[in-house]
Ligand binder design. Structure first.
Ligand code: 6PG
Length: 469
């Protein structure tokens, strides 16, 4: 056996990752469930370090022990089926790595299942799309810590490198931790994209700016603290002409798709009891963009007669609001990490997680350095909003966010992510959030008891029931 690693699944991500590994000097065996993709790949993109296999046993035999087999196949049943095909032909100590967007609960189950068969299973989050896979993605491996050293050199070599040269790959934690971190990354990705979409709406409809002007504004923003992959590609999109005339963006149907990993994040946050309202608002915005009644509502619900506001101060207020929105989105995502770390006993290192998002992945941004610094300064930070750097930004930018939201409300521009960012901060900041009344109501109708501000203990009040049902 001569080969360092085997890749199963020769679709876009698998083939590009195999080439990336091969470029870094690793000998790679490739295999696909159907032979056609393997044939096409080795014929059209030949590489001296890559060998195609058409028989699973031969593919496995080609690998040095402990064998390392990476899946880049569709999440769900295909992963279970491939594991079951491999179990009889692998040997104790061999390693299976699932690089797809698998649900972390499935990864936890597969980790135990493989362990029962003497195998090590890694669930690996991979972000960066096709270009990332080929040139360097952000990599989030979860699984057995003791054997991680077996796969570490390959993944650190192929990962993106951050500005300081460090690879965007770090061991995350046991069983499903890697896929969990990727899932929440995608929730943040949804939030980032929704904030950008709302920024576009604000500039276009509340501010009256053209796509070309918005492109210029985004280009300028991308030179400063908002510098990020998504802002950069959005700037390109605003400037893209359609060969049929006009601009591509204006020709794209206003209804968002999704494969669901962002939604998993919201469902999981509900289970954990963590408020990620901005991320959930981003999921809901995608859902409601597809609502059957949108055309009808346009005709029957009167639009407000607001005045657009077109000036540089407005643009700057939007910029500040976007930055503040990002702070809240990450604060929420990282709060979920914190809760999950306890629930699943993963000992997540939040600073390291932020550091591997600095390059390669879809949410890569200048901003991530600040999160890493915040957790390095205080690993026990209860919420990112309390890091001195972010606290200062919150206080400096909140007036802009309030102003932007009230303008948007008057003009009728829907900005649920921005609104949730402010609601989240106000709920933290307010002296009273009305929970005293919730407790009183619960105690009134169900004797659920409450705590008092002036005395320790648990109390029930004999309410004077005047209300007649
Ligand atoms: C990444 C992305 C990627 C994801 C797409 C599509 O980090 O490279 O998160 O893994 O599949 O962005 O996701 P949706 O179809 O749910 O938008």
């Amino acid at each position: 056996a001569t080969q360092d690693i085997g890749v199963v699944g020769m679709a876009v991500m698998g083939s590009n990752l195999a080439l990336n590994m091969a470029d870094h000097g690793f000998k790679v065996s490739v295999y696909n469930y159907t032979p056609d993709l393997t044939e096409k790949f080795v014929k059209e993109r030949p590489h001296e370090n890559i060998t195609g296999y058409y028989d699973l046993k031969e593919f496995v035999s080609s690998l040095k022990r402990p064998r390392k087999i990476m899946f880049m196949i569709m999440a769900g049943k295909p992963v279970d089926s491939m594991i079951d095909q491999l179990i009889p032909i692998l040997e104790a100590g061999d390693i299976i790595i699932d690089g797809g967007n698998s649900y972390f609960g499935d990864t936890r189950r597969r980790y135990d299942y493989c362990k029962d068969h003497g195998l090590h299973f890694y669930g690996m989050g991979i972000s960066g799309g096709e270009t990332g896979a080929r040139r360097g993605p952000s990599i989030m491996p979860g699984g057995n810590a003791a054997t991680y050293a077996e796969i570490q050199p390959i993944y650190e070599a192929i990962a993106a490198k951050a500005g300081d040269g460090k690879p965007c790959c770090t061991y995350i934690g046991s069983d499903g931790a890697g896929h969990y971190v990727k899932m929440v990354h995608n929730g943040i990705e949804y939030a980032d994209m929704q904030l950008i979409a709302e920024t576009y709406l604000l500039l276009k409809y509340t501010g009256g700016y053209t796509n070309a002007e918005i492109s210029q504004i985004f280009h300028a923003w991308n030179q400063g603290e908002l510098r990020s992959y998504l802002i950069g590609i959005a700037a390109d999109i605003f400037a893209e002409d359609d060969p049929a005339g006009g601009q591509v963006l204006d020709k794209i149907a206003d209804a968002a798709g999704q494969k669901g990993t962002g939604r998993w994040t919201s469902i999981e946050a509900m289970r954990q009891g963590v408020d990620i309202s901005l991320i959930t608002a981003a999921c809901n915005a995608r859902v409601s963009s597809n609502a059957a009644g949108r055309k009808k509502a346009q005709a029957v619900i009167t639009a407000p007669a607001g005045q657009a506001l077109h000036n540089p101060e407005f643009v700057e207020a939007v910029r500040q609001s976007l930055y503040l929105g990002k702070i809240v989105a990450y604060a929420q995502g990282f709060s979920l990490y914190r809760s999950a770390s306890d629930t699943y006993d993963w000992h997540l290192d939040y600073g390291k997680i932020a550091s591997i998002f600095r390059a390669g992945c879809i949410i890569q941004a200048e901003f991530l350095n600040k999160i890493t610094e915040a957790y390095e300064a205080d690993p026990a930070l209860e919420n990112l909003i309390f890091a001195p750097f972010f606290l200062e930004k919150i206080n400096a930018n909140q007036a802009s966010l309030r102003r932007i939201i009230s303008l948007a409300v008057q003009v009728g521009t829907p900005i649920p992510a921005f609104s949730n960012a402010l609601a989240y901060l106000d709920a933290y900041r307010s002296e009273c959030v009305g929970a005293n009344l919730i407790q009183a109501l619960r105690d009134y109708f169900g004797a659920h008891t409450f705590k008092r501000v002036d005395e320790d203990g648990t109390f029930h009040h004999n309410w004077h029931e005047h209300y007649e049902k």
